[in-house]
Design a protein around this ligand. Structure first.
Ligand code: PLP
Length: 281
């Protein structure tokens, strides 16, 4: 497979990253994951916009325009002949003698690669289990940073409990998942944490808000508590790779009927229809 390294397409064996790359040593960089359906990048512009926004928030200047960047990602998918899969792309502040403050001069390092990934259709159909895990991450969760230790630790804890995803909470308030956004449905209204510094404003989340509006479903971007979560009629999560995935139980407690809810299934259908239009499936 080809890899994008700065402006060049190279082979994996040719990739050479410094031992003092700041991404490697400090997690000093940001990333994106873009889904590929039938060879098409889904919501590429939204992901690219967020990539540039995250970079700006940590003062990394991406060395090409959005259009050039978009074309490079598209070319990479085509060169690697990816039909269904994803593109992972990251940019770090580059390499310099190890010191915490930004170096005087450094060049950012971009690496992008692709892989084939199937859609998690069975979990999307049957639902997944969630586990409440304390959200101990920093206060800039709006940045899609390479620093994922808080997320990784939470996911591992959920995994050890036999759950698919960690449902993070700060004190009593549910924020998001370790790599997803979280939603509860009560009396036909969708509740989800507002897009503040405490969550990553998911691209899938934005698609869901738009689809809900089209379907005439009310959405309240309002935080809810763990206790309220357990009282919801339906619960689901969203991400680029999990799409819209029902959560049917939390810490062993069934949510609603303990099966994927009707509103969740309606949203999944709308998502599917939107996908077919967007990528001409
Ligand atoms: N929240 C976190 C912490 C994430 O890492 C992700 C993505 O992986 C999401 C939410 C969902 O974002 P998106 O829908 O853009 O994939």
């Amino acid at each position: 497979d080809w890899i994008l390294h700065n402006e060049e397409f190279i082979r994996e064996e040719e990739l050479n990253i410094s031992k003092e790359d700041r991404g490697y040593q400090f997690g000093d960089g940001i990333y994106e994951v873009v889904r590929v359906y039938e060879g098409n990048l889904f919501t590429a512009e939204e992901h690219i916009d967020r990539f540039y926004e995250s970079a700006e928030k940590i003062k990394i200047v991406i060395p090409y325009t959005k259009d050039v960047f978009h074309k490079m990602l598209y070319d990479l998918v085509e060169m690697n002949d990816i039909n269904n899969g994803q593109v992972y792309v990251q940019i770090t502040r580059g390499h310099a003698l190890r010191q915490h403050h930004f170096p005087e001069s450094t060049s950012p390092v971009v690496v992008a690669y692709t892989k084939t990934v199937e859609r998690p259709l069975e979990l999307m159909r049957n639902g997944a289990k969630g586990a409440f895990i304390e959200d101990v991450r920093w206060l800039r969760c709006d940045i899609k940073s390479l620093n994922l230790l808080g997320n990784v630790m939470a996911k591992q804890e959920a995994h050890e409990k036999g759950s698919f995803e960690a449902i993070l909470h700060r004190g009593e308030v549910v924020t998001e998942g370790s790599s997803s956004n979280m939603y509860g449905v009560k009396d036909g209204i969708i509740y989800t944490h507002p897009a503040t510094n405490l969550i990553l404003n998911g691209i899938t989340r934005r698609v869901i808000l738009q689809l809900s509006q089209n379907l005439g479903i009310e959405v309240q971007e309002m935080a809810f508590t763990k206790a309220q979560a357990l009282e919801m009629d339906e619960f689901f999560m969203s991400s680029t790779t999990a799409e819209i995935m029902p959560i049917t139980e939390i810490d062993g407690n069934p949510i609603g009927q303990g099966i994927p809810g009707e509103l969740t299934k309606n949203l999944q259908q709308a998502f599917e229809a939107n996908l077919k239009l967007a990528v001409k499936m």
